[in-house]
Design a protein around this ligand. Structure first.
Ligand code: ADP
Ligand code: MG
Ligand code: MG
Length: 482
């Protein structure tokens, strides 16, 4: 156990607090800069399709240990390959999720699609993974990064994160700290991710086929999505991008003679899912039918159903068990390096291991976070709330969850700027979560593209359990490497 009161604070990029007049002026400028450069979102509380709010952001970049940042960057191609191999291991996915799908209806619905597609044979052998591996530095282990999770579907904020570096550069220059810019790594997330979709489009190889974005009914994170669309349209004007909901696909979609996906007659080369990762996106059987139709089609999916399942928390937990990595990675050095980023992850399956995890969680709940098979933030149970949550579940129901060691990141000090927030903002204690994007394209036998593609930093108040920006708790940030 660590003493949270003694959590170390990282050295800030510049001396804080700022003078009040200086702070007021630079914050007002930064807000306008953010809106004018698309570091923005649609408001959930005051929604209008015609208006944007700036996205919550951290005024001055938060410090992040350089060595750990570089480690995360270097690991990404290995993690990409790991996830690719996991996604193509039917036996592993099936055994790992066996207990979970008995009780978690959503995972079971995804798994059923997987099984049906497997039974018919994959129409499209290639998948494109646009992944984001998320980390917290662990303050009590020399700030070594520990993986929070890996996202294989709708890995977001690559677009806005790319535009956040110029925003914080602008702020630092306004404050007379242009000399600090050299410690902010450049961020090519947007181009890296979009180029990945375009490489998949090239593999599909039909000049009139489009890239389809699957979107929610309302896209609050519209700028991030539009950045992807506009980048593709500007850099590759011959490739059309179409945005449709799952419901639209149900109404408009059918398969052609070679199982090509046709939407109102338009052929789809690549499907990029920005929705479909939570139960609320499937309003009825129609949306599930649409997902199945797409999985059966010749279009290259980002992600394909096997990649989606490989990104579940249950699979993450299974990968962290001793000797499991050896199944997917050959190089002992790589196994060691990946093994080091895992923190304790424990099964709650209805068996001996699951039951001893249960006892451990009741005894020392303050050490853990309890996670279901969900995405998008706001689903976890933390620390002292875990026993009550677990006691409400049957032994079988617990299999839908995993238990994970809490990571204690170092603190940093800074200003969070949010729409409608305090003006001027005050210096607060914060913690940051680093996301590294990766692109991988291949089939079961070959990987044809595999690269790291930029990063994002999300920062939250140190007192908040979670820091989802879309969920309204976190703020966008970029690392200042120390
Ligand atoms: P989701 O897929 O919903 O984003 P995560 O596993 O990323 O689920 O959890 C959501 C948030 O909860 C993370 O962004 C992080 O702030 C917090 N969190 C998750 N796991 C841990 C952990 N082991 N230690 C500390 N915080 C965690
Ligand atoms: Mg996630
Ligand atoms: Mg997350």
């Amino acid at each position: 156990m660590c003493d949270e009161a003694n959590t170390p604070t990282l050295r800030a990029c510049i001396d804080l607090p700022l003078r009040q007049d200086e702070l007021l002026e630079v914050t007002a400028k930064a807000k306008d800069y953010a809106i004018m450069h698309g570091a923005a979102m649609r408001s959930k509380t005051n929604y209008s399709a015609d208006a944007l709010n700036f996205a919550p952001f951290v005024l001055v970049p938060s410090s992040f240990p350089r060595k750990e940042f570089e480690k995360a960057i270097a690991l990404q191609p290995i993690i990409n390959r790991l996830m690719h191999n996991v996604a193509h291991d039917e036996e592993f996915i099936t055994t790992t999720l066996a207990e979970t799908v008995k009780v978690d209806e959503f995972t079971a619905d995804l798994f059923n699609i997987y099984k049906k597609v497997l039974a018919n044979g994959f129409t499209q052998a290639y998948s494109v993974g646009l992944l984001r591996s998320d980390y917290l530095a662990h303050a009590f282990e020399g700030c070594a990064i520990k993986q929070v999770e890996i996202n294989t579907i709708a890995s977001s904020f690559g677009g806005i994160a790319t535009h956040l570096v110029p925003l914080q550069n602008f702020v630092l220059r306004e404050l007379g700290h242009a000399d600090k810019l050299k410690n902010m790594p450049k961020n090519d997330a947007l181009s890296g991710l979009c180029d990945g979709m375009v490489k998949a489009w090239d593999i599909y190889g039909k000049k009139d086929a489009v890239i389809l974005f699957i979107i929610e009914d309302i896209s609050y994170n519209i700028c991030d999505q539009r950045f992807h669309e506009f980048y593709i349209r500007e850099q590759y004007p011959h490739i059309k991008v179409v945005r449709r909901t799952l419901t639209d696909v149900h109404k408009l979609g059918k398969l052609g003679q070679c199982k090509e996906l046709l939407l109102d007659g338009i052929e789809v080369a690549v499907i990029y899912f920005r929705a479909g990762y939570e139960p609320g996106h499937y309003h009825s059987q129609a949306e599930w039918d649409a997902r199945y139709l797409m999985e059966c089609s010749l279009a290259i999916k980002c992600p394909s159903i096997q990649y989606h399942l490989a990104g579940t928390k249950k699979v993450q937990q299974a990968l962290a068990q001793p000797a499991v990595l050896e199944r997917f990675i050959n190089d002992p050095e790589e196994i060691k390096a990946v093994g080091k980023i895992f923190t304790g992850l424990y099964s709650l399956d209805d068996n001996d291991a699951g039951n001893s995890t249960y006892e451990m969680a009741l005894k020392t709940p303050e050490r853990f976070v309890l996670k279901p098979q969900r995405e998008g933030g706001g689903n976890n149970v933390y620390g002292l709330e875990i026993p009550e949550a677990l006691k409400k579940m049957s032994r079988v129901e617990r299999s839908a969850w995993i238990l994970m060691d809490l990571i204690h990141p170092p603190l940093s000090k800074g200003y969070m700027v949010r729409p409608g927030g305090d003006m001027p903002p005050t210096v607060v204690d914060m913690v940051s979560e680093l996301g590294i994007f990766g692109v991988i394209i291949g089939d079961a036998d070959h990987i044809v593209h595999n690269y790291q593609a930029g990063h994002m930093l999300r920062t939250k108040l140190s007192t908040a359990n979670e820091g989802g920006v879309a969920a309204g708790l976190g703020a966008l940030d970029s690392p200042y490497l120390i």
